[in-house]
Design a protein around this ligand. Structure first.
Ligand SMILES: [Zn+2]
Ligand SMILES: [Zn+2]
Length: 360
């Protein structure tokens, strides 16, 4: 058993606290990871607000990179000293989706079996099955994905959640390819990663839409060829104008509201694709004439974690980063300590940062 400090959300809406966390030694199929860096993601705040579920207390943090400290038996291919990014999808190999050869949708993703706890043995719910705002975390060995150790941990860790979600929304779910026109609505960390993904794939027009000029400036740095401030210009009309009156081949919605979803729906060309990667809240509804759904053809998709296969995608993205073809460093707005997580939530809500990253 190991005692470390961790960021705990005790009650709905209450500020997070730093508390001692008991982390068991790894059992069969488990890996103990010494966390080097972990990004602060909106999902951590959603846990604290009780918007994900009511399984308090939570151990927050889930965008992490670190070094394997110890492994249990059956930790296939993983050894102490390996540099890893922690994934929240570890395909089980046996669910109906894995058996159909679609492990990137795995419906029974694996996590550590032993619980991490508070000092009084109260079990903690680790955010997204990870819980990496702690010096050590226990995960399923399949969640620890080996990548090139030359990568900076604070940049690499972001591939574990937000950056993968955005890149995958463009590359995997949206199937963006060279010559495509793409619009991305919402230019936070996920939206900017979708823009970077569209550029990697060879899209020739990449339109960024946001209501914050500072975010539009960042979007240009990631590869947007055009920007639209949605508070000043109607995004659908703006996107049509840039694309010769037609709309885009792929419209990526990275906000998660009915209004922006409808904008994505109407801003795409005939037979185009809409990708929803923004996460809506339970009360939200959309109303779109069914004839428009039929008449416009194409595809309406949702992107879960960028439909990624971590063992395939993480090492590849880190290689592109190390070759200078994917600027992960640009997502890191600031590095902070474990004690600064609560303050970083406020900066995130104000849109002042793309990512604050805890370094250990
Ligand atoms: Zn996240
Ligand atoms: Zn599965």
């Amino acid at each position: 058993m190991n005692e470390v400090r961790g960021v705990i959300a005790r009650r709905k809406g209450a500020p997070v606290t730093i508390e001692p966390v008991m982390v068991p030694d790894p059992g069969p199929g488990e890996a103990l990871v010494r966390v080097q860096a972990c990004g602060v993601c909106h999902t951590d705040l959603h846990y604290r607000e009780g918007a994900i579920n009511d399984d308090f207390p939570f151990l927050l943090g889930h965008e992490a990179a670190g070094v394997v400290e110890r492994v249990g038996s059956d930790a296939d291919g993983l050894a102490p000293g390996d540099f890893v990014i922690i994934a929240w999808r570890a395909p089980c190999g046996g669910c109906r989706s894995c058996l159909r050869g679609r492990p990137w949708y795995c419906f029974a993703s694996r996590n550590a079996k032993q619980p991490m706890t508070l000092q009084d043995s109260t079990p903690l719910s680790p955010a997204l099955g990870i819980g990496a705002f702690a010096e050590l975390t226990l995960v399923d060995s399949g969640q620890a994905v080996k990548v090139d150790p030359a990568a900076r941990p604070e940049a690499a860790g972001l591939v574990g959640c937000g950056v993968m979600a955005g890149l995958g929304a463009a590359l995997n779910t949206g199937g963006v390819s060279r010559g495509d026109s793409v619009a991305v609505i919402g230019c936070g960390g996920v939206g900017d990663a979708a823009i970077a993904g569209a550029r990697l794939a060879g899209a020739h027009t990449i339109i960024a839409v946001d209501i914050d000029d500072r975010k539009l400036e960042w979007a240009r740095e990631f590869g947007a060829t055009h920007t639209i401030n949605g508070a000043q210009t109607d995004p659908v009309e703006g996107i049509r104008e840039i694309t010769g009156g037609n709309g885009v081949n792929v419209a990526i919605e990275a906000v998660g509201t009915p209004k922006t979803y409808e904008q994505a729906f109407y801003a795409r060309d005939l037979a185009g694709t809409v990708v929803l990667v923004g996460v809506p809240s339970p009360d939200m509804k959309i109303e779109i004439p069914l004839l428009e759904v039929f008449g416009r053809g194409g595809t309406l998709k949702s992107s879960w974690y960028g439909d990624c296969l971590p063992s395939r995608d993480f090492p590849m993205l880190i290689d592109l980063y190390l070759q200078g073809r994917l600027d992960l460093d640009r997502f890191v707005s600031e590095t902070i300590s474990l004690d600064d997580v609560e303050a970083s939530f406020h900066k995130m809500e104000q849109g002042e940062v793309l990512r604050s990253v805890v370094v250990f």
